[in-house]
Write a protein of this length. Structure first.
Lengths: 301, 268
């Protein structure tokens, strides 16, 4: 044990090369040995395995047979894999199937602490060979999986379709239809344009943009403070608070009749006000019928 | 297979010159295998050579396109029924892009100064190629967007899509509705004709009625006692820069939350 970690590295590297190991494997084993030396652990892999086995309860000492594989694989901690080739042969297919990488390939990557997605292979192989706890865990965070995704396997799978082409085709059609509609509408009906703005010459009637005409219509019935401030204010507050007022968890129409009726009343109320304000109000904001509006004024909104 | 393979591999010995179409086809195929082409069209693209329609390539189409990536790879089957969403949210987003493009076109010909603005508008109608058409598109598109955003809200209400876990996205949606109306309203003044100035005069009277902050708010937004040159430049800046900035920020949150809250709501 008088060797320094770097000397251990050189020695193991030379030994491995003497045994005819390929350069990456030799290097990985040398690095693993150096790491163990730094930790003050036995540098020889066989000794290390024995030391670890002694520290564990007897039940876990046995070399993992294939059937025990899952239980062993659940042990936390990454490992510095030293002798993947010595893993029992029945382990190899399992590990390879999990990570699509043979233990031999996984070894150098794990030894260097490289964050590769081969942890499963290394863990499976380690459970057989008896492994070591690495000093740090460098991992990629691929996903945070919610517990129910794993545990509630009995949950009904939702019927899903590919966004491409099923949804995107429908969207493309909708998009083109709206473009065609707008192009045709714009080709035949010009945007309104009157004489130049003159703040001293009030046109009759003076109307707000159509989306405020419901409120302007309300002004005829209520005090300006009510129609212009209180009602719009409460509408906005009501909209914001909707999810917190409506505590009914169902989204089935027949289970939320009150909400639907109330919202429909609101919609109809404001639709009527806006239509009346837009089409049934002439000079002085007095009642007229749409056919009394000059034809050039119809699309002035 | 084994019997067929040799037949395929043995190319016919060509005699004479190849036809121009063959050369073009070969070059086209070569070009589609080149690094340049492959770097532009990522895996799954239908423009790639050897594209095959498979579940994997369908997934790649969505994953490998920045715009399509707004969507998940798969959606609930009921969500693609037209009768569930009426496409209203998507159309609102599309109209926003449409209005941005037409609006940028209009900005080339518009100076927000009361001395020249009316002349600019007249010139837009009479001298600029497609000026009148693009202005029409912008105006009617804006009205349509106000309608689609409002109807989208109604749809979300009727399908109960504001319920947990989507409460916050409903709030973001209400903000988007308000900003949409503000965008429409601020754009209403910009033509600077009698319709514009008086509609805005009537509209801003509502602010005057508000208690406490009413007069101050009116002063800030109108830039004085009555609508004039200061109002125009303020509303122009709000319309072309400030409000679009706000709405894009909230749209980003809105779309992101749709995904995070579990995609489309339902089924009913």
């Amino acid at each position: 044990m008088a060797e320094s970690p770097d000397e251990v590295y050189e020695r193991v590297l030379a030994e491995e090369k003497g045994k005819g190991s390929s350069p990456p494997v030799a290097e990985a084993r040398a690095k693993a040995a150096r790491h163990r030396a730094r930790k003050g652990l036995p540098t020889d892999p066989a000794e290390a395995a024995k030391a670890e086995a002694a520290a564990k309860p007897a039940a876990e000492q046995a070399p993992a047979p294939a059937g025990d594989h899952e239980a062993k694989a659940e042990e936390p901690a990454e490992t510095t894999e030293e002798k993947p080739q010595e893993a029992p042969s029945e382990e190899k297919p399992a590990a390879a199937a999990v990570a699509k990488a043979s233990p031999a390939q996984a070894a150098p990557a794990q030894a260097e602490g490289a964050p590769r997605g081969r942890g499963a292979a290394a863990r499976a192989a380690r459970s057989a060979a008896g492994g070591q706890i690495a000093p740090e865990r460098m991992q990629r965070l691929l996903a945070v999986v919610k517990p129910e995704a794993i545990q509630r396997v009995e949950r009904e799978p939702i019927d899903r379709v590919n966004t491409w082409p099923h949804l995107m085709a429908a969207e493309a059609v909708a998009l083109l239809a709206v473009t065609v509609f707008l192009m045709l509408f714009s080709a035949f009906i010009n945007a309104p344009f009157r004489e130049m703005a003159n703040i001293n010459q009030t046109p009759n009637p003076s109307k707000a943009p159509w989306y405020f005409l419901g409120l302007q219509e309300l002004l005829r019935y209520f005090h300006p403070q009510v129609a212009g401030v209180l009602i719009p204010q409460w509408l906005i507050v009501g909209f914001f608070a909707t999810p917190y007022i409506d505590r009914n968890p169902s989204n089935k129409p027949h289970e939320r009749k009150l909400a639907i009726v109330m919202f429909t009343i609101y919609l109809l109320f404001f639709a009527v006000l806006t239509i009346v304000g837009s089409l049934f109000r002439g000079p002085g904001f007095n009642w007229i019928y749409p056919w009394q509006i000059p034809i050039v004024r119809i699309f002035e909104f | 297979m084994a019997t067929k393979a040799p037949e395929k591999k043995a190319p016919e010995k060509k005699t004479g010159f190849p036809k121009p179409g063959e050369i073009l086809g070969e070059q086209w195929d070569k070009f589609r295998e080149a690094q340049l082409w492959k770097s532009i069209f990522r895996p799954g693209s239908i423009f790639r050579k050897g594209h095959q329609d498979s579940p994997k390539s369908r997934a790649y189409v969505v994953m490998n396109n920045v715009l399509y990536h707004l969507h998940p790879v798969k959606v609930k089957r009921h969500g693609i029924r037209l009768s569930y969403t009426l496409c209203l949210g998507g159309l609102s987003f599309f109209l926003f892009i449409f209005l941005t493009i037409t609006g940028i076109f209009l900005m080339f010909f518009y100076r927000p100064s009361t001395e020249v603005v009316y002349a600019d508008m007249t010139a837009l109608h009479t001298q600029v190629a497609f000026g009148q058409l693009v202005r029409n598109l912008h105006r009617w598109g804006a009205h349509l967007m106000t309608v689609t955003v409002f109807l989208h809200m109604a749809r979300v209400f009727y399908t109960g899509a504001y319920k947990p876990p989507r409460e916050f996205n409903w709030i973001v949606g209400v903000i988007l509705l308000l900003v949409t109306v503000l965008l429409a309203f601020s754009g209403y003044l910009l033509p600077w004709d009698q319709l514009a100035i008086w509609a805005v005069t009537v509209g801003t009277q509502f602010a005057l009625e508000s208690p406490i902050v009413g007069r101050e708010a009116y002063f800030v937004f109108v830039g004085g006692g009555q609508i004039g040159a200061t109002t125009l430049i303020r509303w122009y800046t709000l319309h072309v820069l400030f409000l679009p900035f706000i709405i894009v920020a909230f749209m980003a949150v809105h779309f992101w939350r749709v995904r995070k809250d579990g995609g489309i709501s339902g089924p009913l």
